[in-house]
Design a protein around this ligand. Structure first.
Ligand SMILES: [Zn+2]
Length: 125
């Protein structure tokens, strides 16, 4: 079954371009969800260490500092959970991880081919 698919992808340029398009979408989703995880972590770190908006909340809006901080931290934690779940879904339901792993393996092979002979002999020992 798999062999038939691969042969068809090798012969049919229409299906191959569609496959490339969908691989691109998978990788884009993986990158976007990892960025979301990173930014929510960053936002939580900022809230923990800098506590921004304290003056705005207190002076301009007349809000309680604890309430505002609590609300922002809750939003950050919720966003972090959501983006971790989204990243897990993307990595488990799409072939993006296998695709990226394949690219990494290919790069590693190319780098190894360019290594000087002395280092290669050292590595194979
Ligand atoms: Zn086709």
């Amino acid at each position: 079954m798999r062999k038939d698919y691969e042969q068809h992808f090798a012969e049919c340029s229409h299906c191959r371009s569609r496959q490339n398009f969908h691989r691109g979408l998978d990788v884009t989703l993986a990158v976007l969800t990892s960025l979301a995880v990173f930014f929510f972590l960053f936002a939580l770190a900022v809230l923990k260490h800098i506590k921004p908006l304290e003056h705005v909340a207190f002076n301009v809006f007349g809000l309680d500092i604890f309430d505002v901080n609590h609300m922002l931290v809750s939003a950050g934690v919720a966003g972090l959970c959501f983006s971790v779940i989204a990243l897990t879904l993307v990595l488990t339901t799409t072939p993006a991880s296998a695709y990226l792993g394949g690219i990494a393996a290919e790069r590693a092979r190319l780098i190894e081919e360019r290594l000087p002979e002395a280092i290669r002999a050292f590595r194979s020992r």
